[in-house]
Design a protein. Structure first.
Length: 137
């Protein structure tokens, strides 16, 4: 059930990210709150895994403050929420997988679609794909 909730939120956020290149903060915080609530109800991972997963997202938010044109705050909140659902270990795996997929997507956008290197790509669709890969494996 947790995986379904996780994927539903990610797909909705992904659609918003693709369509408008931004996501509504209410959805982001609802996603994070749902992850925290699910952890309190189910407690599938230890407290340290849970907290570490959320801290991963917070570090992305910190990077967003340092590199505001490259990383969005929403990406950090999304990774904090996935960390609440998945825990530290699986969230780190998701972050790596999503980054690799985004890199492949960027190479395709530059070479095939002739996009400029300064164009931006929404990250959340790659997080969805990464989540499916991580949850299937």
């Amino acid at each position: 059930m947790e995986t379904v909730i996780l994927l539903v939120f990610l797909v909705i956020l992904s659609i918003e990210d693709i369509r408008w290149k931004e996501v509504h903060s209410i959805l982001l915080y609802a996603f994070l709150a749902s992850g925290i609530i699910v952890w309190f109800i189910k407690g599938q991972v230890s407290f340290y895994e849970f907290a570490g997963g959320i801290i991963c997202g917070m570090l992305i938010m910190l990077l967003s403050g340092i590199l505001p044109d490259r990383i969005g705050d929403a990406d950090g909140i999304v990774f904090a929420a996935t960390g609440a659902y998945l825990g530290l270990t699986h969230n780190l795996l998701l972050m790596i997988t999503s980054t690799v997929l985004a890199g492949i997507g960027s190479m395709i956008a530059i070479t095939v679609l002739k996009k400029d290197g300064d164009d931006t790509l929404p990250l959340i669709p790659f997080i969805v794909a990464g989540c499916v890969i991580v949850e299937v494996l």
